[in-house]
Write a protein that binds this ligand. Structure first.
Ligand code: SF4
Length: 665
């Protein structure tokens, strides 16, 4: 087996510099030494530096003293300031190429450019550059996202250093279509593009390709995907222990490359191990059992069984001489975070044959293309007929969601639900039904609306409810909104109005005295206006009516406490209990003549009243304060007379009693 190493592979200038600066720091600086996050995206190197004494932290809040190494990705200025304020020594290992990008971002921002960064918004390098643009830059990953940027003036575009030129140019081209003046700064590091070019060239010449580097290294993953783009079986490994002899069975030439964060010693280890494996295999061709095989041609769609799910690819038995491989990028139209979410061993799936078996037995398959073939014809029909399509939400992107409906479809944020959605991430992984509102197969563009489906369901529900609701029916509801004149209550997808006058048996000034937004309540349907689609609800109707028991509680001639609630020219209204008011006529306010009620009572005053009559049907109670005084006087007179008679045996008149009272004064 011929083992070839890519012309450019492994540690770049920035990574080597960061490692050397770290080793220098260990040698020359006293006290603890920290790196904010892994110094580079390679676990073996991080472990090696850890042994030397460089401890990894996630947040500078974790430390109070010592030396902080800023890794080659760089950081935002706010973080540097915070480290300085903490009194930490700073060793800045930001790669000079990244630093240049930070300076460009800051410069563009201060010159009022709308800054657009082409890169991965979650990558620490991009996060740092964003900080240098005061957080005002927009990050786009591809031309499609660039198409969503709302141009506000002149645009300055720059790139994460590991971007491909092809993607950067395509983004710039898209932005230029917005009509704005676009200034492009190709801040792409040549180390990255050189490694990418060399890896791609080599991959196209060999039978199998090995890419060595951290699983968390974006540039290493990119190398692997470029190698796979040649149709060559590619394995991405972090260290030598992951090598499998079976990968090299029958292989004549194997290629080797490594990400920019992989040091030379790891590449050397892998290369040596590959040579050892070659010896072990001894070019032996395993004898295969004679099995019936079928001819598979490129471009056809066949059904197969998933026989292995790996980290980067899936093996499928389609009944051919060898098992077919679906590279991870050919699994789904959207980014795959976990292959297990897409397929499992034993699944029967349809696959599109990208590359039929050649002399070396390679069979490259695509699930994405097979799904897309099926999906497109169905989508055209769905657009015409208005039928819904089902899909799984795969990504939250700027302005909406990406939904896998066999092809990648965009669901704008404003069309996700009937109302505004604050956090779109809650839909991730969910299966949703939407309507296709726009599509262009040539441009692979599909726009969905879930709102359209929900609105239709809502309208249907409303219609059903309006049809089935009966006046007098008691239903459950949730208070959605309060106004001055009442509350809107959702009674199962439809809002009805609970007017303030129907909330309580007693007078209230505002609905909030009785209900609050979010309250679950029972209400009576008072009226259903099907023509105007309006529902009137009542709450007091499901509560006990105090007038039902007034005759028992307030019998005629009884004296009861009351509160003056309102004065009128003809008397005073008093409340016996919430919801039950009676009238004390002006002629019954006192024993003397009263010209105006406020001569004798005031609002809010507590008084005793005698019940003169009760009419629960008309909701009228006549009351008297005068009668209470009169009764009191008579009682006092009787008591007095009784005492006097007992003392003297004389009969006492009222005149005597009054005379006595004057004498006492
Ligand atoms: S890839 Fe380029 S920009 Fe990134 S650290 Fe290496 S030299 Fe610097």
């Amino acid at each position: 087996m011929d083992v070839r190493v890519a012309a450019k592979a492994g540690s770049c200038y920035g990574v080597k510099r960061a490692i050397e600066l770290s080793k220098d720091t260990v040698r020359n600086r006293p006290g603890p030494i920290f790196s904010l996050g892994p110094l580079i995206h390679n676990p073996q190197v991080v472990a090696y530096l850890g042994k030397l004494g460089v401890q990894e932290i996630k947040d500078i809040g974790e430390i109070k003293e010592g030396t902080l190494i800023i890794r080659s990705h760089g950081v935002a200025p706010a973080l540097l300031n915070a480290a300085q304020e903490l009194g930490l020594n700073i060793v800045d290992a930001t790669c000079p190429f990244v630093r240049r990008t930070q300076v460009v971002a800051h410069d563009l921002m201060t010159k009022d450019y709308q800054v657009v960064i082409v890169g991965d918004k979650n990558h620490p390098e991009v996060q740092g550059i964003l900080g240098w643009a005061d957080g005002k830059a927009e990050v786009v990953e591809n031309p499609w996202e660039a198409g969503l940027v709302k141009a506000r003036g002149k645009i300055g575009v720059l790139a994460q250093t590991t971007q491909s030129e092809e993607n950067f140019n395509a983004v710039v081209e898209t932005l230029e279509k917005s009509g704005s003046v676009v200034q492009a700064f190709k801040t792409i590091c040549s180390a990255t593009s050189e490694r990418q070019k060399a890896a791609h060239e080599l991959a196209c010449q060999v039978d199998v390709m090995l890419v060595v580097g951290g699983a968390n290294s974006a540039n290493t993953r990119k190398l692997a995907s470029l190698c796979r783009a040649c149709g060559t079986t590619t394995y991405h490994i972090e260290e030598v222990g992951e090598l499998e002899p079976a990968w090299f069975q029958g292989v004549k030439a194997a290629g080797l490359t490594a990400g920019a964060s992989t040091p030379d010693w790891i590449i050397e280890e892998v290369k040596n191990r590959m040579s050892e494996i070659e010896e072990q295999n001894g070019n032996e061709e395993g004898m295969k059992d004679a099995v019936e095989v079928k001819a598979i041609r490129s471009g056809e769609i066949v059904t197969g069984t998933v026989v292995h799910v790996g980290q980067d690819e899936v093996m499928v038995d389609v009944g051919a001489k060898s098992e077919g491989v679906i590279p991870i990028r050919e699994l789904s139209c959207c980014e795959v975070t976990s292959i297990q979410d897409i397929v499992k061993v034993g699944d029967q799936i349809e696959v599109y044959v990208l590359k039929a078996e050649d002399n070396e037995g390679k069979l490259i398959l695509s699930k994405e293309k097979a799904d897309a073939e099926k999906a497109w014809s169905g989508l055209e029909e769905a657009l015409d007929s208005g039928q819904t399509v089902e899909g799984t939400v795969r990504e939250v992107v700027k302005g909406g969601l990406l939904v896998d409906i066999g092809v990648r479809a965009f669901l704008p944020a404003s069309l996700v639900d009937r109302g505004y959605v604050e956090d779109l991430s809650k839909y991730l992984g969910q299966s949703i039904a939407s309507r296709v509102i726009e599509m262009n197969r040539a441009r692979k563009k599909v726009i969905l609306s879930r709102k359209a489906v929900l609105e239709e369901e809502f309208a249907k529900l409303r219609q059903e409810l309006l049809t089935n609701l009966a006046e007098g029916e008691v239903v459950k509801g949730v208070v959605r909104r309060l106004t001055q004149f009442g509350a809107f209550v959702d009674i199962g997808g439809v809002d009805g109005l609970l007017h303030i006058s129907e909330m309580s048996w007693h007078r209230i000034n505002h609905p909030s005295e009785v209900v609050q937004v979010g309250d679950e309540i029972e209400v009576m349907v008072l009226k259903v206006d099907r023509d105007n689609e309006k529902i009137s609800l009542g709450l007091k109707q499901v509560l006990p009516n105090p007038w039902d028991t007034v005759e028992e509680k307030y019998p005629v001639s009884s004296v009861v406490p009351a509160k003056v609630v309102r004065l009128a020219p003809f008397g005073a209204f008093v409340q016996l209990e919430p919801g039950v008011e009676g009238l004390v006529h002006i002629s019954h306010l006192a024993e003397r003549h009263v010209a105006k009620p406020d001569e004798v009572v005031t609002e809010g005053e507590e008084v005793n009243v005698k019940v003169l009559s009760v009419d629960p049907v008309e909701k009228r109670i006549r009351l008297s304060i005068r009668e209470v005084y009169k009764e009191k006087q008579e009682r006092e007179y009787r008591d007095y007379n009784h005492n006097k008679t007992e003392d003297t045996g004389d009969v006492v008149t009222i005149g005597d009693m009054v005379g006595d009272l004057f004498d006492k004064k």
